[in-house]
Design a binder for this molecule. Sequence first.
Ligand SMILES: [Zn+2]
Length: 351
Amino acid sequence: MSADPALPHKRARTEAEDEPAMKMELKHDEKVWLDDGNIVIVAQNVAFRVHRSVLSLHSEVFRDMFTIPPPDDEETIDGCPAVRVSDTADGMRHMLWALYNGRTFPEHGQVEFDVVAALVRMAHKYQISYLCDETLSTIKELYVEGFLDFIACKPRSVHPRLTYKVEDAFQVVQLAHLTNTPSLLPAALYLCCTSEPFCNLSKNLQCFLADRGSSQFPYLKYLTEEDIFRCLSVLPRLVQVKLWMFGTIFSGISPDCVENAMCKAVWSSVTHDKFFDGTMHSPDGPIDTNCLETIADDVMRSTLLSLDGFTFCYQCSNRCGEREDEARDTVWHEMPTYFGLAIPNWPESES
Ligand SMILES: [Zn+2]
């Protein structure tokens, strides 16, 4: 693959001079320009020189495209027939590179979510099913199989396979619809509900009415109106579940408690101070919908500070941790039903 971005190109179709894309100066892609290629794909103003046979082998869409007889005034670039597509240059580069490289992603290390998302779209559009499956499975590693563990980590920034930011969830929802992968929806819709604009409704309600928040929350464009309605209607349920989580985790001291009097005092402080003062918010503030968040350790740590070093005994603190694991498992199991979704093979609750 050579790089020669400055080479001039031939154009047979002079009548298309008025099209904005044709006015931009074409450049050879630095990564995917094969000197012995026999076709040039043009995305935006970037030209990719590749092989018909290779594209046909991988993609039914390209195969069909190449069976159509070329027009008399067929555009050629460097002597090769040129095909202009409406995709982004980045998306096309990612896809072609994956096709020629034999491997979509490196075996180890993190890949950029935006790259994976672009590949899902391209693989879906060009009907390259193995590429679509492989890229979706990378997204599933975080948003399905690994989600409950990942979301328990604090800080929640590093997943071994995929970069993460909470706004990516909006795009995951769209990819789930596009590829008919409903198992991605519970985690993605849940994350949408825990982030702006949903978690700060009273402040942001206007953004749902005015141009779907395109200026303030550009990622809202990835949701359909049905998705938005789903998220809005599930918010009270998530708040309710969050309160249930708190009540379940701190539902009393352990039967095996070894510091009865102290633990009872700590428990009373937790339920009164932390629950009624700490988890309730003023109506104007953000609502706490992140019911899959781990809270036991943080609450116990803050008790340690506020009670001059007193906290639960080892047994009670363990019991709170166990209750939290069970409660999170239950909530994760029920998450699809909150959104009115029936997901085949969704994990059963272990508790
Ligand atoms: Zn105890």
